[in-house]
Design a protein around this ligand. Structure first.
Ligand code: NAD
Length: 256
């Protein structure tokens, strides 16, 4: 039997990058996947991709900075399925980089990366509790949530908060719901170059590749599918004794 057969999963930021790859992977293992994203057109395209491959998916427009919009998603899920088994709070923004961010830029980064993750999880709890299965909440933090980031102190601060959010919720929600955090290193998605093009896009690939060669033991950027494998594992019963973990998936970056 597929390992997520009969499970209902909600993935924020599921329209692109690692959220999309995770949606495809979970649907491939039998989950019904609800894709929540700011970009409704892309979310629908991913849902259509899943349906074409024989899976079941639903696309919902959501801005995770808007509690009412998050609640509308959970209302739809409640009406359709009556429960939820997996929440992957993955939506994020690189936000402003550098050391001269404005208050407005600060507020946006924290609103998406930390506050959005918090409420996507908190508002899901009644539906997770309504399921007979042990629930799984997964957050996407970053290696920048584990070690400081010279590119963006603001991003690091918001993602560091996500690590502690995951650990604390793991304690608060055990044993009914497991909560874990994925900390990706540099992953080949549309977001990656945004960290490196702060002042100029000139020589972007060369600058990124020089950094990868120097700082990533495995010497390359990761693929979104490699994050999806970690999400799939943490969502599944194979991870039944794992909660409160912040898992780097980073080619060895934070091992140093
Ligand atoms: P991506 O740009 O491919 O995907 C991000 C998705 O989030 C997009 O579909 C976007 O529309 C959606 N989104 C953004 N703001 C939103 C909001 N307010 N509400 C709902 N959806 C929103 O990027 P990705 O690299 O797949 O990023 C996924 C997660 O991984 C993010 O949390 C990011 O911070 C984190 N991350 C990325 C990297 C990397 O190198 N790419 C490394 C570490 C962590």
């Amino acid at each position: 039997m597929a390992e997520l057969q009969d499970r209902i999963a909600f993935i924020t930021g599921g329209a692109s990058g690692m959220g999309r790859a995770s949606a495809l992977a979970m649907a491939g293992e039998g989950a019904t996947v609800v894709i929540g994203d700011l970009d409704e057109g892309q979310a629908k395209a991913v849902a259509a991709e899943i349906e074409t491959a024989g899976g079941t998916a639903l696309a919902l427009q959501v801005d995770v900075t808007d509690d009412a919009a998050i609640q509308r998603c959970y209302d739809v899920i409640g009406e359709r399925y009556g429960r939820l088994d997996i929440v992957y709070a993955n939506a994020g923004t690189p936000g402003a980089t550098g050391n001269n961010v404005t208050r407005e830029q600060y507020d946006i980064s924290v609103a998406v990366n930390l506050t959005g993750a918090y409420f996507a999880a908190q508002q899901a709890i009644p539906l997770l509790q309504a399921s007979a299965n042990v629930g799984s909440i997964i957050f996407t933090s970053s290696t920048a949530g584990l070690v400081g980031s010279h590119l963006s102190p603001l991003y690091s601060a918001s993602k560091g908060g996500v690590v502690m959010l995951g650990k604390s919720l793991a304690l608060a929600l055990a044993p009914k719901i497991r909560v874990n955090v994925i900390c990706p290193g540099p992953i080949d998605t549309p977001m990656l170059p945004k960290f490196w093009s702060r002042e100029t896009t000139e020589g972007l690939d060369d600058r990124m590749n020089a950094w990868l060669a120097k700082d990533i033991p495995l010497g390359r950027r990761g693929r979104p599918e490699e994050i999806a494998q970690a999400a799939l594992f943490l969502a599944s019963d194979r991870a039944s004794f794992i909660t409160g973990v912040a898992l780097p998936v980073d080619g060895g970056f934070v091992a140093k």
